[in-house]
Design a protein around this ligand. Structure first.
Ligand code: PGA
Length: 260
């Protein structure tokens, strides 16, 4: 195992307008004042319309948090009504882009092929994908969890070259744990994150896979972050619901210091 910089990402989904976004970040900064969270990356993924206001706030207040987007289009520009491209995000200081979140896969029909095109576009634009993979409850119960995740990784990373392992983050998010309050046990999460890393080893080579950060996502809360982060193959968390509460997200980010 190697040293990997922990990474905590807040995925706000379709919540908060641009004014509420400012309030949320201000409250988060207040709760984090004096907390030791510099030895890790903190990424905020607000809705597109709030990126600009959050960017301005992070810059003006010099807050050590990075900006992420929740999705993108795979083309740089063109007649794609309603879409947002990677170069547009890059100009807003966005560092990370979620790719293949289970809601995008389920509700918007994103296949591994679509996710693959997005991952390539994100890399081409110099941004970092947070590639989301995870099995459904039915797939888990039929013993296919590892196979499903393996196939998603292979499909989504086909033809993607990663020279700097910092440039790719993989989020393992069991679909049955997202927004349900049902978290995978630390053992199960570890087992799956280790399987993700093993598969990354065969796709990208072991030295690279050893340094790629793997997050766990699915009902991460202040009360379970520590045990999850204590697992050897879990390098961070992708947080949905709890990232909308400045207090909870601050506790998650500062979990090393708090008694949450
Ligand atoms: P949740 O969402 O933390 O609300 O379960 C996680 C996610 O969708 O990334």
């Amino acid at each position: 195992m190697s040293e990997r910089l922990p990474i905590i990402t807040g995925n706000w989904k379709m919540h908060r307008d641009h004014l509420e976004a400012i309030q949320l970040v201000q409250k988060l900064a207040y709760h984090l004042e004096g907390a030791d969270y510099v030895g890790q990356e903190v990424v905020l993924c607000p809705p597109f319309i709030a990126l600009r206001s959050v960017q301005t706030l992070l810059q003006s207040d010099r807050l050590p948090m990075k900006l992420g987007a929740q999705t993108c289009h795979d083309q740089d520009e063109g007649a794609f009504t309603g879409e947002i491209s990677v170069p547009m995000l890059e100009r807003l200081d966005v560092s990370y882009v979620l790719a293949g979140h289970s809601e995008r896969r389920e509700l918007f029909g994103e296949t591994d092929e679509v996710v693959n095109a997005k991952v390539k576009a994100i890399r081409k634009g110099g941004l970092r994908p947070i590639l989301c993979v995870g099995e459904s409850l039915e797939e888990r119960e039929s013993g296919r969890a590892v196979d499903v995740v393996t196939e998603q990784l292979r499909g989504s990373l086909a033809g993607v070259s990663v020279t700097d392992p910092q440039d790719l983050v993989v989020a393992y998010e069991p679909v049955w744990a997202i927004g349900t309050g049902r978290t995978a046990t630390p053992d199960d999460a570890q087992e799956m994150c280790a399987a993700v890393r093993a598969e990354l080893g065969s796709i990208l080579g072991e030295p690279t896979a050893d340094h790629v950060r793997v997050q766990y996502g699915g009902s991460v809360k202040p009360g379970n972050i520590r045990t999850l982060m204590a697992e050897p193959d879990i390098d961070g968390a992708l947080v949905g619901g709890a990232s909308l509460s400045s207090e909870d997200f601050a506790l998650i980010v500062a979990h090393r210091r708090t008694n949450a």
